[in-house]
Design a protein around this ligand. Structure first.
Ligand code: SF4
Length: 337
């Protein structure tokens, strides 16, 4: 028999599920239920036998979509690992009649699980997910065990090769990921950072929705910024991040893409904190935030706008402080020595 992982939440969570999937694949074949975007991230992952796409907000919305998928899954698996803890995922696992259903003891769907693993608030989320396979009693894993892995293809590499021809040679390449769907996670000083690092070339990474942000950054450092927003697939974006000496990102998906390709990352935390379990995992990465603010953290994800109006968690995170940390990481990069 084989195992199933259900992971239909945010892209970052999908990336952070790859250590769990790898741990399960060491025992038996693993299939994964994912969203269409999640499927594009896990494509070519050698630990995954098959991807089952669950378009829960589109084609498979509603009870008919859930029933269709449950029928498809029925009789194929001895265990399911609920990396996404919603009631809908639990109902899917139960309707698929999978006998062993493993999830977190805090999840909305926990009443339908057969085994509940402690949700460790003090652990990184990649470790929490990995423990669904390893169990509550497993010793603390070494960093490499819970480090995610992504697998860009030859086509992704070729797309990045072509894109990088648009940027003049010379100077280390630093990635900037200034976007986030949560407004208060966006650091407002990205353009100012580029003016403090005039020896550096930059590439702005993000979706098409980040194009206006990228334009502002490009205007601050003419000739040194390549706007890649909206131009690459997710795995090609990971490949582009892999080519960067350093990534500067907010507390959002690009941080986890960088963890999946081992690019040292400076993650800027505003309304959230690394203790939530979503800090960068690539070697030499750092999490930076403003200490001593009583209002921080104020939200599990980051509100659309600062409820206090001053937005001090990001406004007072000085670009000079971030520039110093970038320079420090660049000094350890082989191309800079
Ligand atoms: S309340 Fe505090 S932590 Fe929340 S957005 Fe405003 S400044 Fe940031």
């Amino acid at each position: 028999m084989s195992s199933l992982v259900i992971q239909t939440s945010f892209l970052g969570d999908t990336v952070l599920s790859t250590p769990l999937i790898a741990a399960l694949a060491a025992r038996e074949p693993v299939d994964v239920v994912v969203t269409p975007l999640g499927a594009s991230l896990l494509r070519d992952n050698p630990a995954v036998r098959a991807l089952m796409v669950y378009d829960k907000r589109g084609r498979d919305a509603g009870i008919a979509g859930l029933r269709r998928l449950a029928r498809e899954l029925r009789g194929k698996y001895s265990a399911v690992y609920l990396a996404q803890g919603s009631l809908r995922s639990a109902v899917l696992a139960r309707a698929a009649r999978i006998p062993r259903r493993v999830g977190f003891d805090t999840s909305a769907g926990r009443a339908l699980y057969t085994e509940r693993i402690r949700y460790r608030r003090d652990a990184h989320h990649a470790e929490r997910l990995w423990r669904l396979a390893a169990g509550d009693d497993a010793p603390s894993p070494p960093p490499e065990v819970i480090r995610p892995h992504l697998y860009p293809s030859a086509a992704d590499r070729a797309a990045v090769d072509a894109l990088l021809t648009e940027l003049p040679a010379g100077g280390p390449l630093v990635g900037l990921a200034p976007g986030s769907i949560w407004g208060t996670k966006r650091w407002p000083h990205v353009a100012a950072l580029t003016t403090l690092l005039d020896e550096v070339r930059f590439v702005v990474i993000g979706s098409g929705e980040d194009a206006a942000l990228a334009e502002t950054v490009a205007a601050a450092a003419p000739g040194r910024v390549l706007d890649a927003t909206g131009r690459l697939t997710l795995l090609a974006s990971a490949e582009l991040i892999r080519r960067c000496a350093v990534l500067v990102a907010n507390d959002s998906a690009p941080t986890h893409l960088a963890s999946g390709v081992d690019t040292p990352t400076i993650t800027l935390f505003g309304p959230t904190v690394p203790a939530f379990g979503f800090g960068p995992l690539a070697p030499r990465s750092e999490a930076i935030g403003v200490d001593g603010l009583e209002c921080r953290p104020c939200h599990p994800h980051g509100p659309r706008e600062c409820p206090l109006g001053h937005f001090a968690c990001m406004q007072t995170l000085e670009p000079s402080r971030v520039a110093a940390r970038v320079r420090n990481l660049l000094s350890h990069h082989p191309a800079s020595q």
